[in-house]
Design a protein. Structure first.
Length: 533
């Protein structure tokens, strides 16, 4: 193995040996609470040098708190956090800052500076904290951008990049100082399966080239399988399992088994062709006529030709899942259906009418037939659950108060959240927030529900709960559902019809079995990149 490069922020610090048995970071009997809520309870964890440790667990179990403790951003209530052989509690704030320079962090939401171009985002830590010449820093930044397959992006702003590109810029910024330890907070959240695979390859390359120790928070089991030397499972405030991926997969601990089974993609299996879904013999000609149909639609934004003669049918009363790479046009399709975009050419038929030339007042009437649940619940924090659900009836429908109360009570009951009617959004779980957002959308009796990446950032168990919610809503309220998703396990669990976008057209379309059997290398790679079986 070649010698590791020196850390450019603290060049005189002797690097922690990557072949040592002594942990580079260790948490010993660590406990921490927030507002009476115990998050970590006597937790023990060792981050071994030169290894990649993937930390898994339910959403809200305290994984992100762990990273903040490792970085010295928050002291524990009790126990020890030891980094590079030093107890952080015994160090002065200035000493912790110096120690922190030996580490780096890649945030889930990129945390790039919107006003700085790519090269200045990447070089920021060196520009601000060293006396290195700007030209030298920019040369390092450009080298990293080349390694991470980001050519000709140096002078672009973050807003001009795709989500996957912003992830890689964030990774370049985390690596430019040659840190000994990099902490990753869900680095693949919100990315499509192929981009997840690409980011994983970048992390493996970074480990090999820069000799880094990694601690990665992740819900993605396919990613964990590719990256992890060790998996640590967080449950009930403690690390209850540590071992290899194979050992994790064979664990008989109930909480681990539930987590793993939540991540299973059984309907995606290459060998099981039986299927368990409600079949549509030929969704392309499903009767009655489709609720929504796009016919030979073209749409460009500047030089970017996003939709290239796209044809798509959304059958009535079914769940249609739109999948495809980041930037492939899934959200562009939804915006056309909602009348927020006009096609350059082609037809957008909604309820049998071509809405491409509809005026604003005509589109307002069409939109009343649609409900939408956003990736983040988008609830009003100062209103209770019941008041959030009643909001569209009060603001749009102007119904009598007794009728509003009756409809709210019925909707909450049917979605199994009547018991939290008087609670504020900040006091309920993420899953309950999703159901509240669904209730708010459904209470107007829409014919079509649109879900924008509803499982992004959710652990496997909560993802299954969201899937169940979508299926229940479709069945109980007799609605047509359109789901934008990057999650292949979720897609093949709930979809009656799956449409895969590629290069501005539909590359695969049909029920799960038909899509799975599509004789197209790109389709096969895309749908199986996220499989953990």
């Amino acid at each position: 193995m070649t010698s590791a490069p020196s850390n450019l922020l603290v060049p005189n610090a002797e690097r922690w040996p990557v072949d040592s048995d002594d942990p580079v970071i260790e948490l010993v009997d660590v406990s921490i609470s927030f507002g009476g809520n115990v998050v970590l309870d006597g937790l023990n964890l060792r981050i071994l040098p030169g290894k990649t440790t993937v930390i898994c667990g339910r959403s809200g179990s305290g994984k992100s708190v762990l990273l903040k403790l490792m970085m010295g951003l928050h002291p524990p209530d009790s126990g020890k956090v030891i980094a590079f052989g030093q107890d952080l509690a015994e160090l002065k704030p200035t000493e912790i800052i110096e120690l922190r320079k030996r580490m780096s962090m890649m945030f889930q939401n990129y945390a790039l500076f919107d006003s700085l171009d790519v090269e200045n985002n990447v070089g920021f830590s060196l520009l601000e904290n060293t006396k290195m010449r700007r030209a030298e820093i920019m040369e390092l930044a450009h080298d990293l951008l080349h390694i991470l397959d980001l050519p000709k992006t140096e002078h672009l702003l973050p807003s001009e990049l795709s989500g996957g590109m912003r992830k890689r810029v964030s990774l370049a910024r985390a690596l430019i100082s040659n840190p000994e330890v990099v902490l990753f907070d869900e680095p693949t959240t919100g990315l499509d399966p192929l981009m997840v695979e690409k980011v994983d390859e970048m992390l493996l390359l970074a480990r090999q080239k820069y000799h880094i120790t990694s601690a990665i928070i992740s819900h993605d089991m396919a990613s964990a399988k590719r990256l992890a030397d060790r998996i640590a499972f967080l449950h009930g405030g403690k690390i209850i399992f540590t071992g290899s991926y194979d050992e994790f997969h064979r664990s008989d601990l109930p909480s681990v088994r539930s987590f793993i089974e939540g991540a299973q993609t059984s309907r995606l299996s290459r060998t099981d062709v039986s299927g368990t879904w409600d079949r549509i013999e030929d969704p392309a000609t499903a009767q009655p006529p489709p609720v929504v149909e796009l016919v030979n639609v073209h749409k460009s934004f500047g030089d970017n030709h996003v939709l290239r003669g796209l044809d798509l049918k959304i059958p009535r009363g079914k769940i249609t899942v739109l999948i495809g790479a980041s930037g492939s046009g899934k959200s562009v399709i939804v915006r056309h259906i909602m009348g927020l975009f006009k096609p350059d050419s082609g037809e957008i038929r909604v309820f049998g009418q071509d809405i491409a030339e509809f005026k604003d007042e005509e589109m307002v009437a069409i939109r009343r037939h649609f409900g939408m649940v956003f990736q983040h619940a988008a609830l009003l924090d100062w209103l209770t659950v019941a008041e959030n659900v009643a909001f569209p009836l009060r603001e749009r429908e102007k119904l009598p108060r007794p009728e509003i109360r009756e409809r709210v009570a019925e909707t909450l009951e049917r979605l199994h959240i009547a018991d939290i009617a008087d609670k504020l959004p900040g006091t309920i779980s993420s899953g309950q927030q999703k159901r509240t957002a669904l209730a708010r959308a459904i209470i107007t009796h829409p014919e079509v529900m649109i879900y924008d990446e509803p499982t992004t950032g959710q652990d496997p168990i909560r993802t299954r709960q969201v899937d169940d919610m979508i299926v229940e809503a479709q069945e109980q309220f007799d609605i047509t559902s359109i789901v934008i998703s990057h999650d292949m396990a979720s897609t093949f669990r709930i979809g009656h019809v799956i449409a895969l976008l590629h290069q501005g057209k539909i590359a695969a379309y049909g029920d799960p079995e038909a899509v799975r059997a599509t004789d197209n290398d790109y389709v096969q790679h895309f749908i199986y990149a996220g499989s953990v079986e």
